[in-house]
Design a protein around this ligand. Structure first.
Ligand SMILES: [Zn+2]
Ligand SMILES: [Zn+2]
Length: 305
């Protein structure tokens, strides 16, 4: 039994990676085959969202699209709650049908805007990455608003459906968002579709107490989403959910935004650098070589059991 009426009510904020450079025609050359097409991926995500709302009629969902240079809200179930539930001839309820249509439509609008943005500002070094730091910050702002509403409010959590590789230049903003989520008790779940593991998301779920998973067979995405990521926070304490085998704790240097195994840490503000500097570019502290601390990479630390 739930202790209070909203213990098992979820506010799921889904960050959907729709980066055309990950899903587009060139993607296989850049990233290798991922075992699922964008259409399938998107359909599975839609079914999952409908599933969340069917599990508990007071559950809430928000969908945020992550593009290569922008991010934006696609759907907010609170804003469209008043659509009446009536069964249509196909057996789907009217609200399910219009919900999927609404999300598809706003996704298409988002992708065409994204296309224009990329054309207007072609910085080819960044396009293969997604603007994950932006969508994570948007999700946290949205949840802040929910948490400030009068009680009772649903239990918020973030689910990242990520395909594109981590962008080292976003390291600082992503880590700041992760610590802010931890402070507010918001778990970040991560489902990684791409070929590599995501160190950002491994750290995010480890720090915030979320679930990290890289499905071995991405074409069965819906099953993974429903069996693992649909569970509300209250039920999770009774379930044996998959645990990550290890977390990549490597950091990126603040000077070149490169992922490093070993580096220098400013003793005043804890900024990380790959080379020795006379002054810290973050806080301005000056140091001689003797009082600079060298750190070694903290790779593959197993999570506490
Ligand atoms: Zn550097
Ligand atoms: Zn410093």
């Amino acid at each position: 039994m739930a202790r209070n009426p909203t213990d098992d009510v979820s506010q799921v904020v889904l960050l959907l990676d729709v980066n055309p450079f990950f899903w587009g025609a060139d993607a296989e050359r850049l990233n290798g085959s991922v075992g699922i097409t964008f259409d399938q991926y998107f359909q599975h995500a839609l079914m999952f969202l409908n599933g969340i709302l069917l599990l508990n009629h007071t559950n809430k969902i928000v969908v945020i699209a992550t593009g290569s240079s922008t991010c934006g809200f696609l759907y907010d179930s609170t804003a469209t709650e008043n659509i009446s539930e009536s069964i249509t001839s196909k057996g789907k309820t009217k609200s399910q049908e219009s919900r999927s249509e609404l999300i598809t439509q706003s996704m298409q609008e988002f992708v065409s805007k994204e296309e224009e943005a990329v054309k207007a500002n072609p910085d080819s070094s960044k396009v293969q990455y997604s603007n994950f730091s932006g969508s994570l910050a948007m999700a946290l702002c949205y949840i802040q608003r929910v948490l400030r509403e009068p009680l009772p409010h649903p239990q918020p959590r973030i689910l990242c459906l990520q395909g594109s590789p981590d962008a080292p230049y976003q390291y600082i903003s992503v880590m700041n968002s992760i610590f802010s989520a931890q402070r507010n008790g918001i778990p970040i779940d991560a489902c990684v579709i791409g070929n590599q593991h995501s160190a950002f998301l491994q750290q995010a779920s480890h720090i915030t107490g979320g679930i990290y998973m890289k499905p071995p067979q991405p074409d069965g995405l819906f099953e993974y989403l429903m069996m693992i990521f649909a569970t509300d926070l209250f039920s999770r304490q009774f379930l044996q959910l998959p645990r990550p085998v290890g977390v990549d704790f490597r950091a990126s240097c603040f000077c070149h935004k490169k992922t490093i195994d070993m580096g220098y840490v400013c003793s005043v503000c804890l900024s990380i650098f790959c080379k020795h500097h006379q002054t810290c570019s973050t806080c301005g502290a000056t140091f001689s070589k003797s009082n600079l601390t060298a750190i070694t990479g903290m790779k593959r630390k197993a999570p506490p059991s």
